[in-house]
Design a protein around this ligand. Structure first.
Ligand SMILES: [Ca+2]
Ligand SMILES: [Zn+2]
Length: 434
């Protein structure tokens, strides 16, 4: 019964033993899925005055991909600004399994740390390599560490930082390093990692000078105690930062979980990481691809007090819908675009901001209104059917769309009426003003 107090002491003793008796190489890796400034908790930031800056890099096996940068980008003290910037990264040729890069530091140095950085929105983000070291660059290679930062499941996209150190403070005294780099996947030809920078830090060398990065403005909005994280990126448009903090963030916190609840379906988990990026030169209003919402800053600047927030609620619906999932089912029927957009506008105009009456139809609009006209008109139709027949209509409609089972028969099944009958009744009711 007094095991409890003694156990921790024993464990601590054993740990201390292990670390004092043996030199142990430590590999720390981290991933940023939402932030873009190569800032990690345990991996030091990329440096520009490390021992690799003046080293000689050579490909000793494999071929460089001509769409990427040459070996210089691996030690130029510069970093890409976005997740798909081939020219700022070195990567082995598409379709190849990888290759080997040798680094000649010019003289043997006591190596304190080797840090490697990469960035891509998909499978080219993670790093898979074996690091060896040598003093002659010939036959005395000694394996130092193995690195594999591929996540076990889910998207592999993001910024990766890896730091290789040794508990003694030095990985050893070497002149040459060899990176034996493997591709991260072979299901398509695009599995070679986008390597952005390699740093070699000398023990007792100059203090590392971090690569200067433009200040990024990324605000992480945590929802439901961090279960969901929405990153609002105003790096390109700092003038919008204050609005996103004070006005947009509370809407995200309240409405992302509400949308998830409304659009729940069996076995479905909504995206846990979402990016909302304000873009300085994008045209139009906003668009969603996967879990990334792009917003045209020019339009938002004109609509901060008007339609701004509502348009982002509409996009959040697309983030949660994920109707592309149904493509996994070979028997799936594609969901018509008017259903997708109608649901997004229904949530926006009838649940989020009913007081704006933004989807009401005037006399002229009503005369030519079609239930499948998409956006506000379809939203109006959905609202009418919801009120008259089925309070859960949109939940069921979404579940069918996501499963790839939506057909016109849906309306008959849920309401007992064909969609055109419903549409006629809807128009008649609106014309009478109810
Ligand atoms: Ca670089
Ligand atoms: Zn839309």
């Amino acid at each position: 019964m007094n095991l409890r107090p003694t156990q921790p002491a024993l464990i601590a003793g054993a740990l201390l033993c292990a670390t004092t008796s043996f030199a142990a190489v430590q590999v720390v890796s981290e991933r940023n899925e939402l932030t873009t400034d190569f800032h990690f908790k345990h991996v030091p930031p990329p440096a520009r005055n490390d021992a690799a800056a003046a080293a000689e890099f050579t490909i000793v096996e494999g071929r460089r991909d001509g769409n990427g940068g040459d070996l210089r980008v691996l030690h130029d003290g510069k970093l890409p600004r976005s997740e798909d910037e081939p020219g700022e990264n070195f990567f082995f040729a598409s379709g190849s399994a990888g290759g080997k890069v040798r680094v000649d530091l010019g003289r043997a140095i006591e190596i304190k740390q080797v840090n490697t950085f990469s960035w891509h929105g998909g499978d080219r983000g993670p790093q898979v390599y074996t690091l060896s070291a040598s003093n002659t660059g010939k036959d005395d290679w000694k394996q130092v560490a193995q690195v594999d930062t591929r996540p076990k499941s889910g998207s592999a996209g993001g910024q990766y930082g890896v730091s290789i150190t040794d508990s003694t403070g030095s990985l050893g005294r070497y002149r040459y390093l060899l990176f034996d780099i493997a591709c991260t996947e072979k299901k398509d030809p695009f599995g070679n990692t986008f390597f952005s920078e390699i740093d070699v830090v000398e023990a007792g060398g100059p203090a590392p000078e971090p690569v200067p990065l433009p200040a990024s403005h990324v605000e992480i909005v945590e929802v439901e105690g961090g279960r969901y994280r929405l990153a609002v990126d105003t790096t390109e448009t700092p003038d919008l930062t204050e609005w996103t903090r004070s006005e947009l963030a509370p809407v995200l916190r309240e409405w992302y979980p509400r949308i998830i609840q409304l659009l729940a379906s069996e076995g479905y988990e909504a995206p846990r990481n979402v990016q909302i990026v304000f873009s300085a030169d994008m045209k139009g209003v906003a668009a969603t691809g996967g879990t990334r919402v792009s917003c045209a800053a020019k339009w938002y600047r004109q609509n901060l007090q008007g339609e701004g927030k509502g348009s982002i609620v509409h996009e959040l619906v697309h983030v949660v819908q994920q109707y592309g999932l149904s493509r996994r089912n070979p028997k799936a029927t594609p969901t018509p675009g008017w259903v997708t957009e109608g649901i997004a506008d229904f949530v926006r105009w009838f649940l989020y901001e009913p007081q704006s009456h933004g989807a009401e139809l005037g006399k002229n609009a009503l005369a030519k209104a079609r239930y499948d006209a998409s956006y506000r008109t379809t939203a109006n139709f959905l609202n009418w059917v919801t009120t008259k027949y089925d309070p859960q209509l949109v939940t069921h409609l979404n579940a069918a769309a996501r499963a790839g089972t939506y057909t016109e028969a849906f309306w008959q099944q849920r309401t007992g009426h064909a969609v055109q009958e419903l549409a006629d009744a809807w128009k008649a009711a609106l014309a009478k003003g109810n």
